[in-house]
Design a protein around this ligand. Structure first.
Ligand code: PMP
Length: 365
């Protein structure tokens, strides 16, 4: 392979080329230190400047209000499935979950595993066609006074996404934004806490971004191990222990790139354009390609669809690979095809996929 592949992987996923080039250029001598970021101390001034720069960029791009603080931790979004209930829900409290996919369900189950009473406010899991839609506001049933209500913004496996977040009134909304974080503007003030693994839209695996309301980050529950306390990370400004240094650095570069792209409104417009092209091709295929998600719940990040047979789906993925496009095989639990079109995937690359889809249908349909 002598050129870059077209990468539709669901995560880790495509990164913007200028980000990779800058990381390469700075690899041997980062920020005039005479060494790489990988060799630098997280307690030294250049790192502190980079960390503060990343936080400032997040604040600027997302319009994060003063009420909220940004944290960087390891452990993936999966660790947040445990940290959220451990910190935000008292041992005798209740945590409520809107279950719209496998990751949301894992989050719900984890709350039970750490000893909290977890209840479902809604679920779209069914025997016939599971997790193919986002629930309507009237389907969300909140009983009692839960410590928070958790939702998953974009369901990576099934290809559904909240088009607008529900109004949960006085309740604290917690969001797993892992797979659509920084793909569109978000009103952070509506959330008590947001978390997102970086490896889709904002960087490499190994760092999770948390944006939490300060008084929630200050909550303390009994018997929480030190690293798992938001309070510890908040008080130490993400430097309680050695943070995921390289991951934070790549996130900082990706944020610079997002700023150069015109910020989140411009990025959202481009993601919408890619979605229109790809879903347009699916809907215009006369039924050869069938979108897996309900139209009003379609994700702009993970476009899921079926072909007439599973054999054709397998051939589609292998032929696409031969044509220089990878990552199109659907998740093993959902089957079908999934094209993940995160921020770094270009409009042109999506057009290349659509041309391939048309040719595939013409020759194999
Ligand atoms: N939430 C969502 C929406 C995801 O897509 C994923 C990973 N694909 C996770 C959580 C788990 O993330 P991690 O692998 O970083 O723990």
């Amino acid at each position: 392979m002598d050129k870059r592949i077209i990468n539709f992987n669901p995560g880790p996923a495509a990164l913007p080329e200028p980000v990779l080039q800058r990381a390469r250029d700075e690899m041997l001598n980062w920020a005039g230190t005479g060494m790489s970021i990988l060799e630098s101390s997280h307690r030294a001034k250049p790192f502190e400047a980079m960390l503060n720069g990343a936080k400032a960029r997040f604040t600027e791009l997302l319009g994060i209000p003063d009420t909220h603080q940004i944290l960087f931790v390891g452990g993936g979004a999966t660790l947040q499935f445990a940290m959220v209930p451990l910190n935000l829900c008292p041992p005798d409290g209740t945590a409520s979950y809107i279950v719209t996919g496998s990751w949301a369900k894992k989050a719900y189950q984890e709350a039970g595993k750490v000893g909290r009473k977890a209840v479902m406010a809604a679920t779209t899991e069914t025997k016939e066609k599971t997790f193919h839609r986002i629930p309507k506001p009237e389907e969300i049933k909140v009983e009692g006074d839960p410590a928070y209500i958790h939702l998953c913004s974009n369901n990576t496996i099934f290809g559904t996404e909240w088009q607008t977040y529900p109004d949960l009134g006085k309740h604290v909304m917690v969001g797993d934004l892992s797979s659509d974080f920084m793909s569109r503007p978000v009103d952070v003030s509506k959330f008590g806490l947001i978390y997102a693994g970086a490896q889709k839209n904002v960087g490499p695996a190994g760092v999770t971004v948390i944006i939490g309301r300060k008084e929630l980050l200050a909550l303390e529950q009994p018997n929480v191990p030190t690293y798992l306390k938001y309070k510890i990370h908040a008080e130490n400004d993400s430097l309680y222990n050695t943070p995921p240094v390289f991951g934070i650095y790549i996130v900082a570069l990706a944020l610079d790139w997002m700023k150069e792209q015109g910020g989140l409104t411009a990025i959202q417009k481009r993601n919408q354009e890619k979605g229109q092209i790809l879903y347009g091709a699916i809907d215009g295929s006369g039924g050869f390609y069938r979108g897996s998600a309900d139209k009003d719940s379609r994700s702009l990040m993970n476009v899921t669809f079926r072909l007439p047979t599973e054999e054709l789906e397998a051939t589609f993925a292998t032929d696409a690979k031969k044509a220089g496009m990878i990552g199109l095989k659907g998740h093993r639990s959902a089957g079908g095809i999934r094209a993940s079109t995160y921020n770094a995937v270009t409009v042109e690359q999506v057009r290349t996929l659509v041309d391939f889809m048309k040719e595939f249908q013409r020759t194999k349909g």
